[in-house]
Write a new protein. Sequence first.
Length: 155
Amino acid sequence: MIEEFGRVLSIEDGFAEVETIRTSSCTSCRARHGCGHHAIAQVSSSNRMRMRVIDPLSVNVGQNVVIGIPEDTLLQASGWMYCVPLLGLVGGAVLPSLWGGDSNIAVVFSIVGFVVGLLLAKNKSKHEQNNLDYYPKILRIESFEAGHIPLIVTS
């Protein structure tokens, strides 16, 4: 389960709007100079993110919560959003070579394949928009204040 801390902004029957602060470990990553996420994080001025989450715990506005989404769900969604357009691009580039087409046709087919892959991913996204398996869920309510680390004393 991938977890993130957040604060409840509003509640409505079965759902809550939670604001999280996007944290990034880009500064300590060795691959940060070639990474698109690092480039986007530097351009983006806001690190706050609001999302609609499933609320099985009946939380109140202002509470600090931990939200989570299963890894397999995130992996499946990433596959559709990244792999399907990429497969369309590669498939479109390879297809003309099967009948001996020239490189200009391969470029056109690769662009068409990429666009078809994007449209398939968009269609899948619209189809799964109301699937609650793709929504993050509130896992637990945190009792400590944001920014404070609880102290554990052992005797």
